[in-house]
Write a protein that binds this ligand. Structure first.
Ligand code: B3K
Ligand code: ZN
Length: 878
């Protein structure tokens, strides 16, 4: 049990800060176990304060106080009160600015939560978002307090030759005892969550970027010496992002220096600290032989994301943490646009929607559902969710769809101009969109406050050249929101003629081939005229809204759309619907004990895809992909993990059997060594070929074993090597143990590749997987203090291996609960993420429900439970 019930924070309770801190002068005497922090704060009463109190309360946790003074006068013990979470000075001047000086000690080595100042390998680094600065010193740790920071770092020169902080370097020098100092100044006022420092033995790769107005910006990427050869792609990605933001949003970089530091121990992907991004190594390091094509894309995406935050997040920041989606949803939308422009917009959109529907829709349908602007939290770190990020991005995308690219850009221009240097709200963002476009978005605002995934049910009627679509919208109840109001939903649509060509139609008097209609009522009719024949409708093109679409279609109609829809998203979607429908039929057969038979409509559709010589090979690989087991489970009233797996494997095997010659031909046609080549066609060839390999593996035949083993042994790039190893591991290939062993020996010094080795085994569908996972926990390379490693084994098993995690005997559940309890004391944020594996317990049969809730209760009853774990576990049970 927790020691005390943790408090809930509510959006409705927001009040402006009573004090502001204009300037901060920080001095750090850095040491692994005993870092001394001196903070000088220039404080004044906030003219907008609503309180009459004379006290000043600063947040602080896990700090050892050395001394405190007000305007140079040391305070006595009776002048202030110290608690576990705050320092309150009873009386401070209300009528004039004053100065607070604090001295305190922190222990970075003991900090395994990786929040505040901590040790990663041998370097010191910080993570302050959301509320980590209070673990460095006492402060008004809230995003609406923005200050100018000056930071002086003092450390041993041999152990910490590189000393970095935000902004520009303003001085450096040597001190006695082998120590040195470096001072930094950030000219931009910022909330303390954007503060950062890094100290260590780091090498760096340098480049430069000339901005549109001709300013030269120094770019530096800092890594440990053995990683210097893996920074090229990150640097190029940074330059691409800088140019793209100028061209697409007219936004230019503002400091003279942009630094990125890659660290091994990091709770999430990366952090946008002003001028000094700190990154998980996973999103920086890449070399063709160590990183896959997807890794290359993710690196570019995350580098872009953090860079784009410089405007959407840093120059204009959030008033409070309930507004998180203001910066995250918007910035995810920006990074999605960027990645689409850099590769294939069609493929990028499908990948994003696939993830949203598989994972965010599940969150929206479960006990942790919340609106993109939540109304209450216990631990804000638990709200860095798929809903706030990915659904948040969909909401911004809908504004883009409704206002058009030009209108959206005008709205953004106004938003940045109006709010530069301010801490604002989601409301301010929508208001800027309205004002810049002269439109009214009252109903649209409900997307910010209403949780849950809306369902659209569509019926069609055709008569004398006129098609009527009747659309009903509803939204299932979510925690604390039993009733839902109709939302403003943009529906992009088009029609196909019998020969597959686009059918022209008239909508509201205008002739067109595609239209975006606005659904605003609970039930609404849309009429389309001047059609020469009854068309096939293509609805929700590009996935124009984050909703579940229900429309009656037979398999032939889906196959038709899969062949002809000109909308790349809907073409892929038709294939997914077709396969899903067949899989659900097979699941019913399995549950009723009937024999399974292959579906000829699907075989012929896949034959056509394999025969197609279309240019975008990555897209073709996606057309061949089967819906994820998690996505299929999300559509079942009671998830039957075994039947889903069996049915999906049956489809894979039947397709492989019926089309083995085609799969072999396409494989051979595209299998060539193009290591180091990352243009769209080389990446596409690898994707398509490896998709074929995966089907051929299902045949469990000596020649497919040989094909996988040969590719594994001869591969010179990680994409091909890991795809082949996956084929070997997910089959009865006799060389499995040997391949796994040789892969480990080859890559044991590359942490990120070793992570892949763990993940591959944790997500394997073969029967021995759980025993393997248990023995991997004892592997010398496994470490509970390294989040990437925990995610690669514990996270991968519990979140990406439904078949084995949900094993009937409950072993998987007990395993996860044990890990959560272990992590709770080491790293609450990571522990809370892992509890997520239980959140969907209501979706399973009663036996599994009982097993999962037992483990959740065991977690809730653990002594010294962190706020993070308590919130997720108790809300999951509620
Ligand atoms: N803003 C950070 C996330 C911080 C998470 C704190 N628990 C990374 C990002 O979204 O860019
Ligand atoms: Zn972000």
């Amino acid at each position: 049990m927790r020691d005390a019930t943790p408090q809930t924070v509510y959006l409705k309770d927001y009040t402006p800060p009573d004090y502001l801190i204009d300037q901060v002068e920080l001095v750090f005497e850095l040491d692994e176990q005993r870092t001394l922090v001196r903070a000088g704060l220039d404080v004044r009463r906030n003219p907008d304060s609503r309180s009459a109190s004379e006290a000043l309360t600063l947040f602080g946790e896990e700090l050892l106080l050395v001394g405190i003074s007000l305007d140079g006068q040391a305070l006595a013990a009776g002048d202030y009160t110290l608690s576990d979470e705050a320092l309150t000075i009873h009386r401070v001047p209300g009528d004039r600015p004053f100065r607070i000086d604090i001295e305190n000690i922190i222990d970075p080595q003991a900090n395994t939560a990786l929040e505040g100042l901590y040790l990663s390998s041998s370097m010191l680094c910080t993570q302050c978002e959301a509320q980590g600065f209070r673990k460095i010193t006492w402060f008004l740790d809230r995003p609406d307090v923005m200050s100018r920071f000056t930071t002086k770092l003092i450390a041993d020169k041999t152990q910490y030759p590189v000393l970095l902080s935000n902004g520009n370097k303003i001085g450096a020098g040597n001190l006695d005892g082998g120590r040195h100092w470096v001072a930094w100044q950030d000219p931009f006022a910022k909330p303390c969550y954007l503060f950062a420092l890094v100290a260590g033995q780091l090498e760096y790769v340098a480049d430069e970027f000339t901005t549109v107005s001709g300013r030269r910006i120094a770019l530096e990427i800092f890594v440990e010496a053995h990683n210097v050869d893996k920074c090229g792609h990150a640097m190029q990605s940074l330059k691409n992002a800088m140019r793209w933001d100028e061209e697409t949003y007219g936004l230019e970089y503002d400091l003279d220096l942009y630094m990125i530091v890659a660290v091994d121990h990091f709770n999430m992907g990366a952090m946008e600290n002003k001028g000094l991004n700190v990154f998980n190594t996973k999103f920086v390091l890449a070399r063709p032989d160590t990183a896959t094509d997807s890794d290359y894309e993710h690196i570019e995406g995350v580098i872009g994301h953090e860079y784009f935050h410089n405007w959407s997040g840093n120059r204009v920041t959030c008033r409070d943490w309930f507004q998180l989606s203001l910066k995250e949803g918007f910035t995810v939308f920006r990074d999605q646009q960027f990645s689409g422009d850099r590769s294939s917009p069609a493929v990028k959109r499908i990948e994003d929607v696939n993830m949203l529907r598989t994972r965010q829709f599940a969150e929206d349908a479960g006990p942790l559902a919340h609106p993109i602007r939540p109304e209450a939290y216990i631990e804000i770190n638990n709200f860095y969710t798929l809903t706030v990020y990915e659904k948040g991005a969909e909401v911004v995308r809908m504004l883009h769809t409704l206002l058009g690219a030009a209108g959206f850009r005008q709205g953004c221009d106004l938003y940045f101009k109006r709010h530069d240097g301010q801490a604002v709200t989601c409301e301010d963002f929508v208001k800027a969109m309205e004002d810049a476009n002269g439109v009214e978005l009252t109903q649209f605002r409900r997307w910010y406050s209403q949780a849950g995934t809306p369902v659209l049910e569509v019926e069609q009627a055709f008569d004398a050249g006129r098609l009527t679509l009747t659309v009903k919208q509803s939204c299932p109840p979510t925690p604390n929101q039993p009733e839902k109001l109709p939302l403003h939903v943009p529906i992009k649509l088009g029609f196909l003629a019998a020969d597959g060509s686009p059918a022209r139609f008239q909508y509201r008097g205008e002739f067109c081939e595609e239209a975006t209609v606005s659904l605003t009522e609970a039930e609404q009719r849309f009429v389309f005229e001047s059609l020469t024949e009854k068309p096939i409708v293509s609805l929700l093109r590009g996935f124009s809204a984050p909703v579940t679409l229900k429309i009656d279609r037979d398999p032939e109609e889906l196959a038709f759309l899969l062949s002809y829809d000109s909308d790349t998203f809907n073409r892929w979607e038709a294939g997914q619907q077709l396969v899903s429908r067949i899989i659900f039929g097979l699941i019913a057969d399995i549950q009723a004990g009937r024999t399974l038979t292959a579906n000829p409509v699907l075989t012929e559709a896949f034959r056509a895809i394999l025969a197609d010589a279309g240019a975008d090979l990555s897209y073709r690989a996606l057309l061949l992909s089967l819906p994820d087991e998690g996505y299929l489970g999300g559509q079942m009233a009671v998830v039957d993990v075994e039947a889903i797996h069996q049915a999906r494997e049956f489809v894979r095997l039947s397709l492989a059997t019926a089309l083995s010659a085609e799969f072999q031909r396409v494989y051979a046609e595209h299998h060539q060594d193009e290591s180091g080549c990352f243009d769209a066609s080389a990446v596409g060839r690898r994707r398509l070929k490896n998709a074929c390999l995966s089907y051929l593996t299902a045949l469990e035949k000596p020649d497919s074993y040989a094909l996988a083993e040969t590719q594994f042994r001869s591969a010179r790039n990680m994409t091909d090597q890991i795809a082949a190893l996956s084929a070997v591991v997910n089959s009865r290939n006799p060389t499995k143990a040997d391949c796994l062993d040789s892969f480990y020996r080859q890559w044991q010094r590359e942490a990120l590749v070793v992570d892949k080795w763990f993940t591959l085994q944790a997500t394997c569908h073969m029967p021995e997987t759980f025993a393997t996972v248990q023995s991997l926990m004892q592997h010398p390379a496994f470490d509970m203090k390294t989040p990437n490693r925990v995610r690669s084994l514990v996270g991968a098993f519990s979140q990406s291996n439904p078949l084995h995690f949900h094993a009937r005997n409950g072993d998987g559940y007990r395993f996860l609960a044990d890990r959560v309890i272990e992590l709770n004391t080491l790293n609450p944020q990571i522990a809370a993420r892992m509890v997520g594996g239980f959140a969907q317990w209501r979706r399973y049969d009663t036996d599994r429900q009982a097993l999962m809730t037992r483990e959740l209760r065991r977690i809730v009853e653990t002594e010294h439970l962190s706020k993070d774990v308590y919130e997720i576990a108790s809300k999951s049970l509620a």
